[in-house]
Design a protein around this ligand. Structure first.
Ligand SMILES: Nc1ncnc2c1ncn2[C@@H]1O[C@H](COP(=O)(O)OP(=O)(O)O)[C@@H](O)[C@H]1O
Ligand SMILES: [Mg+2]
Length: 295
């Protein structure tokens, strides 16, 4: 009896314990003990609360300065926009790799998976921003293969369902209706998943003030194309803004980056597809994509 109480207390203690994530040049350490840092001043410590747990993200300041210095002369030699592109790509590269490793490590952790969920969702979100930057700025060649478009849509929906509770303060439903007889397209799975995620995330974000919160995905046959429709019952897009949504860095959101739709457009062009947006303010938005079917 006493023993099980002790056990219970021990369990509570460990779930309240802080977690330390240390990122260095070639390693990421996760521990429940404060790490021994040789020279504390070198490190930047970011702390945030995850449920009852305090999380410390520790990163080596010298290392970041060193990396930026290595790149600085190049950045200043370039034109303004080119310099910004360079800087973004550099940051993307520098941050994405450790972030990816970190995400993998967190997923494989046994401890408090539930409590790790907000961190995982945060990391996914940052990861997706970096994906957009890389695809949009660096450009990417599409690796077109025979792919099942429905399964790519399903993968994207699954990813959103996983982060839904942590990311949105409201619930919504994602319906699907696959009406096309054909399911195979000539596509790049990675790129299309990113495009669908961007579209569905925009829909999800548009639902905040709607009474009826529904996103619907439908597919149809259309000649040599498969038509994919993503509709929402969200806030809609005012006419004067509709023209601007594909402009890079255009956003109406306080926390937006404005690279979502420009990346989608780029990806659809790489597939020799077509994209169209219909929207009515206060009613909702429908994004239609045509992708060449695999003959
Ligand atoms: N489904 C949608 N409903 C309402 N507005 C949308 C929708 N999709 C895109 N938008 C508008 O287009 C803008 C650009 O979208 P995007 O490029 O994804 O950037 P971000 O989402 O970071 O703002 C958004 O800020 C929003 O105003
Ligand atoms: Mg967006």
């Amino acid at each position: 009896m006493v023993k099980s109480k002790e056990k219970e207390e021990e369990k509570n203690k460990s779930s309240n314990q802080a977690i330390y994530i240390t990122i260095s040049e070639d390693n990421i350490e996760i521990s429940e003990k404060k790490p021994d840092l040789e020279n504390e001043k070198r490190y930047i410590v970011l702390d945030f609360q995850s449920g009852e747990r305090k999380v410390f993200l520790i990163t080596d300041e010298q290392l970041i300065i060193k990396k930026i210095r290595e790149k600085m002369p190049e950045i200043f030699l370039e034109e303004k926009y080119e310099g910004m592109k360079e800087m973004l790509l550099f940051l993307t590269h520098e941050i994405k790799n450790p972030l990816f490793a970190l995400t993998t490590r967190i997923i494989s952790l046994d401890i408090d998976k539930e409590k790790m969920k907000p961190i995982k969702s945060l990391l996914d979100r940052v990861n997706s921003i970096f994906d957009n930057i890389t695809i949009f700025i660096k450009g990417k060649t599409a690796n077109l293969k025979k792919e099942n478009v429905e399964s790519i849509i399903e993968e994207s929906i699954k990813e959103i369902e996983e982060i839904k509770d942590e990311t949105f303060s409201y619930d919504f439903e994602i319906k699907r209706e696959y009406r096309s007889d054909k399911i195979f397209i000539k596509g790049d799975r990675f790129l299309l998943k990113r495009a669908f995620l961007n579209i569905i995330m925009n829909s999800a974000e548009s639902l905040e003030k709607s009474k009826n919160k529904v996103i619907e995905v439908k597919t149809y046959d259309e000649g040599n194309f498969i038509k994919c429709e993503f509709s929402d019952t969200g806030c809609g897009i005012p006419e004067n803004i509709k023209q601007k949504i594909f402009i890079p860095f255009f956003t109406t959101k306080t926390k937006g980056m404005g690279l979502g739709m420009s990346t989608v457009k780029k990806i659809i062009e790489l597939h020799n597809g077509k994209i169209d947006v219909e929207s009515e303010e206060g009613k909702g938005t429908k994004v239609t994509i045509l992708l060449p079917s695999y003959e």
